[in-house]
Ligand binder design. Sequence first.
Ligand SMILES: NC(=O)c1ccc[n+]([C@@H]2O[C@H](COP(=O)([O-])OP(=O)(O)OC[C@H]3O[C@@H](n4cnc5c(N)ncnc54)[C@H](O)[C@@H]3O)[C@@H](O)[C@H]2O)c1
Length: 359
Amino acid sequence: MNIRDIYKGKRVFLTGHTGFKGSWLLTWLHDMGAEVKGYALAPQAGNELYHDIGGDELCTSVIADIRDADRLAREMKAFAPDFVFHLAAQPLVRLSYAIPVETFAVNAIGTAHVLEAMRQLGHPCTGVMITTDKVYENPETGVPFREDDKLGGHDPYSASKAAAEIVIASYRSSYFQSGRIAEHGISISSARAGNVIGGGDMAGDRIVPDIIRALINDRKISIRNPLATRPWEHVMEPLQGYLLLGALQHAQPGQYDTCYNFGPYPDHTKSVEVLAKGLLDRWGDDTNRIEFDRSPQPKEASLLNLDITKAGAELGWTPRLDFAETVNFTADWYRDRHLNGMDARALILRDIQKFESIA
Ligand SMILES: NC(=O)c1ccc[n+]([C@@H]2O[C@H](COP(=O)([O-])OP(=O)(O)OC[C@H]3O[C@@H](n4cnc5c(N)ncnc54)[C@H](O)[C@@H]3O)[C@@H](O)[C@H]2O)c1
């Protein structure tokens, strides 16, 4: 299947289009010839990849809150989308400890609002709901999670995304049953990905943006939880998974209405320390600027792996970049943007073109 053919000329409603993954997905969809309407809050000061890529030129952008159910339903219905990709979320674990109720409202109830808006559409539509690898109850054994493992979540972010999964499953079994797709026309899946990295993310309190800010400003880097491992993957990997999943749902309605993990191969799960050193090496920085912050931190799961067998077997999806390539793509993007002044959208398109050629 040629994914580009599926999305060409289609109408795609993208929540969270002003964020990191949203900006990459918007650029990709626009490049494939899709017509995109975005729905999200304005980019946060200092984290403006969306403005950097000239996002307003690539979509009809609605700046509004996912908690405003009426506005969301109105904007979606007026657009009559063929696809909905739901990425809008409060995505930070540590922030979720400070604003737990807001995190639940945006992530769990916000997802219900998206599904409810789809229920009111009145025409066929394919939805891919983005949750996270943190939706699983994590006893920290290191055993990779499979899609039918128990949901859970210690911190409010993880719990809010697990709650979103339950909301999605409830809408599917109550309104959007696969066996009755001919009646309701709505196909819903959920996608669980790991910690994504890639050019342009400048969110506060994330390891790669923290390192890049330190490099640009010639400062020391303080790294907490250096031995914690994560399933690092380049942002293009899960995005390609979401696009493939949506395309298959669209082509064979009712066949893929379930959940999928989109993580890297297990041996690409590396510690924060290894990632940090890899980025500094590729950047060409030899100033020994890493400091390890060993002070007590709010709990974040330190062992987390995804089993990606199901996405491979059912969708034919596998990761394309190994860990070193993932780091190199990421470091090169930031270096070419911040040291060499290259255009942000052109850099994303350059990476997408290289990535697609690896297939
Ligand atoms: N970045 C990662 O490592 C990672 C890993 C797993 C899952 N995810 C998930 O992927 C999705 C995108 O994450 P990201 O890294 O691009 O995050 P981001 O913070 O860069 O973007 C979040 C987006 O959601 C929007 N948003 C936040 N609150 C909103 C609200 N109340 N109403 C409307 N829009 C709102 C923001 O405006 C932004 O467009 C999220 O659902 C996140 O949970 C991210």
